[in-house]
Design a protein. Structure first.
Length: 278
């Protein structure tokens, strides 16, 4: 459904996206995981036709994507990192405006269905400027779904949202996954990618370092990690397939402080890049 081929984007001498290729099938939930500045948002802007690539091409259902391809754009719902709502309008009025842009028939019914989905029905007549950060973000999601898109793109959907708000958004994302929508999500939250995504692409310096399920990424490295301080007070990491193997090895370094724990995606990313997702 989505085919990204040899995508490169340069800003002067700086390469934000570096020969990136990625194929996403219909119904997949793919996470682009990486630190700030890794090239995630730039990739999304090219994917959605908001930015022109220096090199490479993006295909949406076999059609090359560009700023004038209305058919491809009509298949997408986009949840940007920053608010795209009219703060002076009410919750309901924002969705009416969006529905008219997409010429949605019977939009009143559609709006009420979406308000129910994002748990904002009781706030329909409230102005957006009075909403909390979490409610604002859920309304942005509802706006992105107004045209019932086949592809939904979330750019850092829970950034700056408190834990309770994040959990509510996760429920919406899980629902999108359950009904077979094709979802792309950028995030730098490890647990978010691990919990929601069927595939995770680790991105750093504009390149996809590795692409697989979270489970496979961890198992390839080792399901358990022995973490300890060596004689130079540097942290060392040794990976093992079982906790028993890790504990056995720990006996050989018992003079040092150590921890045995399950491997996380953070460990996988650090193993490939020597830096953390922050």
């Amino acid at each position: 459904m989505i085919d990204i081929r040899n995508l490169t984007k340069k800003f002067g001498s700086f390469t934000a996206v570096d020969n990136l290729s990625l194929h996403i099938d219909k119904g997949e939930f793919v996470g682009l995981l990486g630190p700030n500045g890794a090239g995630k948002t730039t990739t999304i802007k090219i994917l959605t036709g908001l930015l022109k690539a220096t090199n490479g091409v993006v295909y949406i259902s076999g059609e090359p994507m560009n700023s004038s391809n209305k058919n491809a754009k009509g298949k997408m719902g986009i949840v940007p990192q920053y608010s795209n709502l009219d703060k002076e309008l009410t919750v309901y009025e924002n969705l009416v405006f969006a529905s008219k842009l997409f010429r949605v028939k019977n939009y009143d019914k559609k709006i009420h269905e979406l308000l129910d989905l994002v748990d904002l029905t009781e706030y329909a007549d409230r102005k957006v400027l009075s909403l909390s950060g979490g409610m604002d973000r859920r309304l942005i999601i509802a706006k992105a779904l107004i045209n019932d898109p086949e592809i939904i793109i979330f750019d850092e959907p829970t950034v700056g949202i408190d834990l309770n708000g994040r959990r509510k958004i996760w429920d919406i994302l899980k629902y999108m996954k359950s009904v077979g929508k094709t979802v792309i999500m950028t995030t730098h939250y490890i647990e978010e990618a691990e919990y929601l995504c069927s595939r995770v692409c680790l991105i750093d310096s504009g390149k996809i370092i590795v692409d697989d399920t979270a489970k496979n990424l961890k198992e390839k490295l080792g399901s358990y990690i022995l973490e300890y301080f060596d004689e130079n007070m540097l942290t060392r990491y040794v990976f093992f397939q079982t906790r028993t193997q890790a504990l056995e090895h720990a006996k050989t370094i018992e003079n040092y402080s150590y921890t045995v724990r399950e491997t996380t995606l953070e460990d996988v990313f650090f193993n490939y890049t020597n830096r953390k997702v922050t």
